[in-house]
Design a binder for this molecule. Sequence first.
Ligand SMILES: Nc1ncnc2c1ncn2[C@@H]1O[C@H](COP(=O)(O)OP(=O)(O)OP(=O)(O)O)[C@@H](O)[C@H]1O
Ligand SMILES: [Mg+2]
Length: 259
Amino acid sequence: MLTILVINSKGGSGKTTLTTNLASYYASKKVRTAIMDYDPQGSSIQWLRLRPDEAVKIHGANAAPAKGAIPLRSTHAWVPADTEITIIDAPAGTKGMLLQELVRKSNFIVIPVAPSPIDIHATADFIKELFLFGGARNAKVKIAVVANRVRNSSSKVYESLERFLNSLKLPFLTSIHDSENYLYAAEQGLGVFEMDGPATIAERQELMPILKWLNGQFPDRFGSRLEDNAPSPEGSKKFAMGTQNVTVLSATGRFKNQP
Ligand SMILES: Nc1ncnc2c1ncn2[C@@H]1O[C@H](COP(=O)(O)OP(=O)(O)OP(=O)(O)O)[C@@H](O)[C@H]1O
Ligand SMILES: [Mg+2]
């Protein structure tokens, strides 16, 4: 099993959005996927509850410490033995032993960062902490950063972060734009890779560099399922955009409306 940790100590940087979209991509490719939600807010678990019955199953593990407990270590986090990819949605402010535990568990770390100077500064501090106290220096984990909620693609605000990442030889993979389509998908328990038609092409394209970076490091592991032009696996479904009704394209190619 491969484990991808989505983390930034800064709140609201897009950890849950990235977690759910990566999970829905791998699930739609028929890779057995699980999410471990370490956040007591439980946003990823909540997203899983919204998923239509017709969507490919993603296992959800609530790994958050019990209410009132000190978030040092998780106590219970179980995924099925045949899980191929687990994506960990980390809570804001993760540090100390919990940070070390999550780094130890992970093969890849993806850090989303929002484009404000405060977020960028906090993220640079978090990356230092990841190396100095989180165990990332010793672990064989691969780390990359993505910009999220970018409004202006020529935004200069990331330049200092890019310089910092270059000095650490960490890749800055892509800029994810601020788009309502992420919200539309999320409120249906879906990711943009499961949304049909041209509406989410831009979102899917801007997420691709993350998937290429990840997939390029586990070639052969999933057969041809992750190839760019691999045919949609049998039974995988696409959902139309819309907030009221979810239109499901069944495996037989027929549409039906879900309430
Ligand atoms: N690219 C985007 N475009 C539009 N909205 C976005 C985007 N990324 C995230 N959001 C929205 O911003 C808010 C924060 O995102 P998200 O919950 O993914 O962040 P988080 O890092 O998980 O937050 P927390 O630290 O509270 O767990 C959410 O309402 C989410 O829907
Ligand atoms: Mg979150």
